[in-house]
Write a protein that binds this ligand. Sequence first.
Ligand code: ATP
Ligand code: MG
Length: 571
Amino acid sequence: MEEERSLNFIEQIVEKDIQEGKNDGRIQTRFPPEPNGYLHIGHVKAICMDFGIAEKYNGVCNLRFDDTNPVKEDVEYVDSIQRDIQWLGFQWGNVYYASDYFQQLYDLAIDFIKHGMAYVDEQTAEQIAEQKGTPTEPGVASPYRDRPVEENLRLFQAMQNGEIEDGKMVLRAKIDMANPNMHFRDPIMYRIITTHPHHRTGRKWNVYPMYDFAHGQSDYFEGVTHSICTLEFVVHRPLYDYYIDRMIDFGYQRNPNDVEDRTHQYEFNRLNITYTVMSKRKMLQLVQEGLVAGWDDPRMPTVCGLRRRGYTAKAIRKFIDAIGYTKVEGMIDVGLLEHTIREELKETAPRMLAIFDPVKLVLTNYDKTGETIIAENIDGHPELGTREMPFAKELYIERGDFQEQGDKNFFRLSPMGREVRLKGAYIIQATGCEKDATGKITTVYATYDPDSKSGTEGGNRKTKATINWVECTSCIDVETRLYDRLFACENPSAEEGDFRDLLNPDSLKVVTCKAENALRKEMQPLHIEGGVPDLHHYQLLKNGFFVVDQDTTAEKLILNRTASLKDNWQK
Ligand code: ATP
Ligand code: MG
C-alpha cells in the first residue's frame, strides 16, 4: 500500500505552473549526469525527482549527459548510468548529450563576442583567481577585458584551431567584476583541452564550454521547463538566467509566440548519508587505489554497489521517498536505509539455516536413514513455498549453542537436561561431549525425542530455545562476505585530514559457513541480463540478510551480507 503523502515543494510549483497555463501546460525535465563516474544514491534522489515529476504530470524526462570535460569522461560511465536508471525502474524520453550542442554553443559564444559581451583572456588560471576579489571586495579587471571584437573573434578561432596551448587562453563573459555574486565576475565560458579526445566528438573540438555556459543553454535548446538540481546551484541560477536572457535577446526564442516558454531552475537539498562519502571524485580515488574492489564493491554507495550488496530498486526508491525533498541541507542516518531493506526482505527472503562456527552433533538414539524435513521458506507462510532439509544422525550446530558446564541462565544445549528444539525438526537433550588434546570440543552427544517432530502433534511442545543445524553429508560450504560500514566515522567529509585514513578496517570479513542443502541450487553462475544480475535474497536465520554474489560459480557459492538482523533504527 502506497501511503498518501503531501506534495513536495517542487510538485507544488509544477501544479501551480500547470494551473497558470505556463508552457502550454507542458512539463519537461531532464536528468543531467556528467559521465565521469558511476551513479550513487545521491543521484537516485535527483533521478526520483526528475523522472518522478515527469511521470506524475504526464511530461517527459530526458537523459542528458553533461559531457563537457573529456579529461574525466568515458563511455563506460555512459553505459553504466543508463543501466542503473533502467534498473531503478525509470525510462527516459530521449538521450541527449551536451556535446550534441557543441556547434550551437560555439556559435552562441561568437554571438557573445560580437555583442561585446565576451573576451579572450590570456592570463593564467591563478591570475584570474587572484583578481576575483571576495564577496565584499570587488574584483580587478583583466588587462585583456577591453580587447576589440575582431581580435577576440580571431583569438577564439585560433583557440579552436588548436593553435593555442592548453591553459594559455580562455574565453570569458564580460559581465561585472564588482557584482556581489562572484559567478558574475567575468565567468569563464570556454577553455582549451587538447590532451584528451572526447568520447563522442573525438578530436573535433579543441575548446570546451564550462558547465555554466552549457547547462542552461542545453536545457533551453531541448525545451526543458523545470530544470531541477541541488542547492549548491542556487548561486549559479542568476548566471543560468543571464545566459538564457542573452540568447533570447540575440533572437534564439524557442517559441516566439510564448515569452513564458523558457526554462527555470529549482533546487532541493542534496542527499548525504552517514558513514560514507558521496562524491564521485572520492569514490574514483577509492577504486583507483584499490581501497575497494571496484565501483560495484558492496560497501560503496553507488547504485551498482548497493545492488550487489542486495538492495532492491524498490527499497532504494522507498528510502528516497521517506526522506523527502526540502531546502535544508542535512545528513541522513544510514540506519534508515538499512531499515528499509530489512523491512522488505523480512517479507520476501526465504529463510535458510547456516552454521558459521560448526561443531558436530551426534544423536546417539537416532537410527533412521533418508529422512527429510519439509520446512516453510518463511514460517507461517505456506503460500511462499517449502524446502526439503535432509536429517540424519550427524549434524552441525553452532559451537556457541553448547556449553559443557551450563548454568541456569543458559537455555541452549548443556548436559543439565534442558530440552532444546532443532529448528523445524526434533527436540533433543545433550548428554555429553568429546574433546581433542587441546581441550577443544570436537563432538557433542545428544538424544532426540522421536515424538517431537515439528509439524506433528508432538511438535507443539515448547522449549526455551531453538537452535540452528545442518546435516553433515548434504550441507555445502558457502563463502560469506560480511560487510559493514565503509567508514569508521559518521561524516568523513567533515573531518580534517585525508578521508582515506577514516576507512573502517573491519568493513569486510570473509567467513566460510556450512549451509543447508537447499542452497545448493544457487551454485551456478548468476543470471545476468543487460549487465544487471538477477538478485536472489535469503535470510540466514539468526545471522542476517544475504544475497547471492556474482562471483559465484558451480563450485563455490558466495553470499554477501546485505544487512544484519538487528535493527537499531529509531523513528
Ligand atoms: P559528485 O559531486 O558526486 O561528482 P555531481 O553533482 O558532480 O556529483 P552530476 O553527474 O553532475 O554529479 O550530477 C547529476 C545530477 O545529480 C545533478 O542534477 C546533481 O544535482 C544531482 N546530484 C548529485 N549528487 C547528488 C546528491 N548527493 N543528492 C541529490 N542529488 C545529487
Ligand atoms: Mg556535477
